[in-house]
Design a protein around this ligand. Structure first.
Ligand SMILES: Nc1ncnc2c1ncn2[C@@H]1O[C@H](COP(=O)(O)OP(=O)(O)OP(=O)(O)O)[C@@H](O)[C@H]1O
Ligand SMILES: [Mg+2]
Length: 509
């Protein structure tokens, strides 16, 4: 069964102004497989998926579905033919129930007004694919992982035979990711086919049957997962050997020379509930303090309070001994706080604006950029060009709108800007999420370089490997509290994992 070809793409070309996003892509999808798509940021993975789901039309090339040529003019067209996309940015109606969202918009079931019957059908579908979600729950009550399950159910409900998931695990906790992989397996066991896009090589190795690697819009090759390894995949992606090594520190951290001091901090979450309970924490000059924890345990609120984007209910934040005004982002920036938020496109950047505008967004204080009106644009452009080069941002020009960049390149723009403001403290939430292996190495090098230069870094991440390989000290956050602070050289994965899950230190020994 797995040898029947479901989709064959040949010579597919897609051009955008200034860039050829797909440059003669060859891609063969066999029925019943999980097929991973790998490639550097900007390699053309999302473009390929968007072509296959009818969002873009290819400029050249052919697509065959079950042996017959097809051409889609809209996502609805593609879905009717059995190809569905699970979107990264969920399109759910918050006030509706899970079942209502799943059934919504499906003409075949518009007559099915019986709530009990709809709930039952959605419940069966969820159970069939091993998805834990309550059909009667309202969307706003769900975690991100549960909302993603609803998106998957929507596509399955409409009868998709081929499902495309573009970086689905970027928003999931490791436990949720494992649950997703079980669901993917249940789908392929029934003969459905999955295209899985991810930068995480461990995941790709664990979940896929075959892997196609793209580079610069072209297919490098397709391999059986059982015959390859992470190192080979990485070199296929970047076209050279990649070393997975720990970045070496040059200057030791000075934990006693405190740059960031958070004292007895309390704050509410978006719904007005207590999200932080008396958080006390310091970051020293040149120190990288990792915050380990499962998402949703107050990390985002902590980052936002420090960055002045959320009010405190108790306590204070100070940088180099000066207390920052609560809830004032400008005060935090002026005080030397840089912030790489989780939600890059919404809180981090102005997506409709150009790369150069975004890179200059925070430098309004800088006299070089604002003193001479006429020279300003040129200075901005020169500054932007330099940063684009230094951070290897793949963009047709510095005038291109940020929303047109690939996911990973958006991330690089944000990092470049935050580093370039010359901060004293950097709050970085999952700074390497969505980046390819090469870019991850370079961001880690930049972080370590900046710490060597005296920057205090608060690194918030669910990726324990990242925290273990970069942090000097590791603070574990659980239910809005810091439950332990451990020097990195005394930390082991298992203890930290248990603490992240809410175990007490005593109980873990
Ligand atoms: N709508 C668009 N308009 C202009 N350029 C685009 C558009 N969509 C994609 N591109 C460009 O096409 C190239 C490929 O982008 P794509 O999003 O397919 O990359 P990707 O492999 O998904 O990367 P990432 O891993 O960073 O998500 C990039 O250079 C991107 O800037
Ligand atoms: Mg992409």
């Amino acid at each position: 069964m797995t040898n029947t070809i479901a989709v064959q793409m040949s010579g597919v070309v897609k051009r955008f102004p200034g860039v050829v996003a797909n440059d003669g892509v060859e891609f063969e999808l066999r029925r019943g497989e999980v097929h991973a798509l790998l490639g550097e940021n900007g390699a053309g993975k999302s473009t390929l998926s968007n072509i296959l789901t009818g969002l873009y039309r290819p400029d050249e090339g052919t697509i065959e579905l079950n042996g017959a040529p097809v051409s889609f003019s809209s996502p609805r067209d593609a879905l009717n033919a059995g190809i569905g996309m699970v979107h990264q940015h969920f399109r759910l109606v918050e006030t509706f129930s899970v079942a209502e969202n799943v059934v919504l918009g499906n003409p075949d079931t518009a007559f099915l007004l019986d709530t009990a019957a709809i709930n039952e059908r959605v419940k069966e579908l969820a159970a069939r694919y091993d998805m834990a979600v309550d059909p009667e729950a309202r969307i706003w009550q769900l975690s991100v992982g549960e909302q993603q399950r609803v998106e998957i159910l929507k596509v399955l409900y409409r009868g998709a035979q081929v499902l495309i998931l573009d970086e689905p695990t970027a928003v999931l906790t490791p436990i949720e990711a494992d649950a997703l992989f079980r669901t993917l397996r249940a789908m392929t066991a029934e003969g459905r086919t999955v295209i899985f896009i991810s930068h995480k090589l461990d995941e790709v190795m664990a979940v896929s049957d075959r892997i196609t690697v793209l580079r610069g819009g072209r297919t490098v090759g397709t391999v059986d997962t059982s015959t390859t390894n992470k190192r080979d995949l990485a070199s296929m992606m970047v076209g050279r050997n990649v070393e997975f090594t720990r970045v070496q520190r040059k200057t030791p951290a000075q934990a006693n020379d405190v740059v960031l001091h958070v004292e007895n901090l309390g704050a509410h979450d978006d719904r007005g509930r207590d999200a932080l309970h008396g958080i006390t924490l310091t970051v020293g000059r040149g120190e990288i303090v990792g915050i380990a924890g499962v998402a949703g345990n107050g990390q985002r609120e902590l980052a936002e309070v420090i960055a002045g984007m959320r009010h405190t209910t108790t306590g204070s934040v100070s940088v180099e001994g000066k207390i920052l005004q609560s809830g004032k982002a400008r005060a935090a920036i002026a005080g030397g706080v840089a912030h790489v938020p989780e939600d890059r496109l919404h809180t981090g950047l102005a997506a409709g604006h150009s790369v150069e505008d975004n890179l200059a967004l925070k430098s309004y204080r800088s006299s070089l950029l604002s003193r001479f009106g006429l020279l300003r644009r040129q200075a901005m452009r020169d500054g932007a060009t330099e940063l684009v080069e230094r951070y290897d941002v793949k963009t047709p020009s510095t005038q291109t709108a940020v929303r047109l960049l690939s996911g990973g390149n958006v991330q690089k723009v944000l990092l470049a800007r935050e580093f370039s403001t010359g901060p004293k403290v950097l709050i970085a939430a999952s700074p390497t999420r969505g980046l390819d292996v090469g870019a991850i190495e370079s961001v880690r090098e930049r972080l370590v370089e900046a710490a060597d230069g005296g920057l205090g870094v608060l690194l918030i991440s669910e990726d324990l490997d990242e925290i273990m390989s970069l942090a000097d000290r590791i603070a574990v956050m659980y239910e809005g509290r810091i439950v332990a602070v451990i020097p990195a050289d005394k930390a082991d994965r298992e203890t930290i994992g248990l603490l992240m899950g809410g175990s007490q230190l005593e109980a873990t020994s």
